[in-house]
Design a protein around this ligand. Structure first.
Ligand code: SF4
Ligand code: FE
Length: 483
């Protein structure tokens, strides 16, 4: 059954999550002023799935049950599914102006659908059957899953088993008859406290000596022993002020958390990889390729920022200046290039032995490499167009002050038909996206999320067939020599 946004919110209230923020336990994350905008963003993934206009993009037919499901729980069955996934990312980015958090779970499910099958083929294990039972549960209940990959990693010079503190990569500390006990942490977990489930995967390729670290499993997000420590975002406390205008985006936001697993029990039926160390790297690659495609979300957020830049240009009365028009064109060019990359890796997808369709790895990596750069340039252009007022503007409370409010109204007026308040609002949105709370998602997450730039460059080096290109070049100029 597909949940509505309301049912989703109610389902979160039933969870018993251990969440800490500002040194204190957050008893009820759903009603926490700072966290609630991030819940709203995930709720939008439920909401829009019920709108007829978006049904084709937001829903799919389950290959397991034949039922209509939310696309965020779907296993891609063809290139059309992958293309719709890209479109869904852009759509939601545009409607929320932030990270809507639900892609990590979708990408983890799809990666596991491939790799559990491949492990079974190699070893005759039963992971894929277990996984499909779990998938059916996720689809039937329309759950939000948090795909958890990034370990704290300690000293990067050492592999997991050589770390001075053996918990720097999540590991199995005990094997029991009914399951395993795990210890460790996952960092930067997008949407963690808005999730019903957490799906853990290894973060790097591993060797035999690291086999206790080669583990993948799923747990309910409120399983005993899991603690969430929410990360700070710039300007986060603006969300808790009585007037939300200073936050910029008054409806939506994202959040990340450090998730600590303090000797947590996982029953066997929820374990999807255990000690098959040679498959750890493959799972990482699969997840990374899917997640790099998911960054189509940034072209949706880019739509919002371009819209905001055009609006402030009009409010300032400069929209007809040739250089402003050209900057808007440049922003669009960069933003559509981001979209092209995500679409291209989807269109060039192929079927895996498991039946799941995977994206083209080279193109997914090229696409994400663009994402590490272009949002910064788009943000720079938006700040250029917005002007310095974006960062020197007094607070919403000052605008309402009986003493100084009149001065702000007078001196910050620009366009005769536009209220000073609306000029204020659009500037705050640009601030939010380019250096406030949403810049966490739009900029730094674009840089490091789904792998830092160098991770993509390694994959590009591996996947681009340079010797073949050399052959082409040599043939055209008559070189027959081997070198
Ligand atoms: Fe999805 Fe984008 Fe957020 Fe990653 S950053 S979870 S791809 S919305
Ligand atoms: Fe991410």
């Amino acid at each position: 059954m597909m949940m509505t946004a309301r049912q989703y919110e109610d389902s979160l209230r039933k969870l018993d999550l251990v969440v800490y923020m500002f040194g204190r336990r957050v008893e009820n994350p759903v009603d926490c002023q700072i966290l609630r905008p991030s819940m709203n963003a995930v709720a939008k993934t439920y909401d829009m799935a019920h709108e007829p206009e978006f049904e084709d993009i937001m829903t799919a037919v389950s290959h397991v049950s034949g039922e209509k499901i939310n696309r965020f729980t779907h296993i891609h069955q063809n290139t059309a599914d992958l293309v719709k996934k890209t479109k869904m990312g852009r759509l939601l980015g545009a409607h929320t102006g932030c990270c809507f958090q639900r892609c990590v779970g979708m990408d983890a499910l799809n990666a596991l659908s491939i790799v559990t099958y491949d492990i079974d083929r190699e070893y005759g294990t039963g992971y894929n059957g277990r996984f499909l039972t779990y998938l059916a549960y996720v689809q039937e209940n329309d759950l939000t899953c948090d795909g958890a990959m990034t370990d704290p990693k300690g000293n990067r010079a050492f592999p997991p088993h050589k770390q001075p503190d053996p918990d720097m990569y999540l590991r199995v500390v005990e094997e029991k008859e009914e399951g395993i006990v795990v210890r460790g942490a996952k960092a930067h977990q997008t949407g963690a406290v808005n999730s019903h489930e957490i799906i853990v995967m290894p973060t790097i390729a591993m060797r035999e000596a690291d086999q206790d670290y080669a583990v993948s499993f799923a747990l309910p997000s409120d399983a005993p022993g899991i603690t969430y420590i929410v990360g700070r975002q710039s300007c986060d406390t603006r969300k808790s002020e009585s007037d939300p205008t200073d936050a910029g985006n008054i409806l939506f936001g994202g959040h990340e958390a450090l998730v600590v697993f303090d000797d947590v029990f996982v029953p066997w039926e929820r374990v999807f990889l255990y000690k098959e160390h040679e498959f750890a790297g493959l799972l990482v690659e699969r997840f990374a390729a899917y997640h790099r495609q998911s960054y189509a979300c940034k072209s949706g957020v880019g739509d919002v920022l371009i819209g905001a830049a055009q609006t402030i240009a009009e409010y300032n009365g400069v929209q007809n200046a040739a250089h402003i028009k050209d900057k808007i064109i440049e922003m669009n060019h960069l933003n559509e290039t981001l979209y092209c990359g995500s679409l291209a890796c989807a269109a060039e997808g192929r079927k895996e032995p498991s039946g799941t369709w995977s994206v083209d790895t080279l193109l997914a990596n090229v696409s994400k490499q663009n994402v590490t750069r272009f949002p910064y340039e788009i943000a720079r252009l938006a700040q250029d167009i917005a002007g310095g007022l974006m960062v020197t503007l007094p607070s919403a409370a000052d605008f309402k002050s009986p003493v100084v409010g009149k001065w702000l109204e007078k001196y910050y007026a620009a366009h005769p038909d536009v209220s000073t308040e609306n000029r204020f609002r659009i500037l705050r949105l640009i601030e939010n996206l380019t250096l406030g709370a949403a810049a966490v998602g739009y900029l730094t997450e674009s840089m490091h999320g789904a792998g830092s730039p160098q991770a993509q460059r390694i994959m590009i080096a591996r996947q681009a067939d340079v010797p073949e290109k050399q052959k082409l070049a040599k043939k055209l100029c008559g070189i027959t020599h081997k070198l």
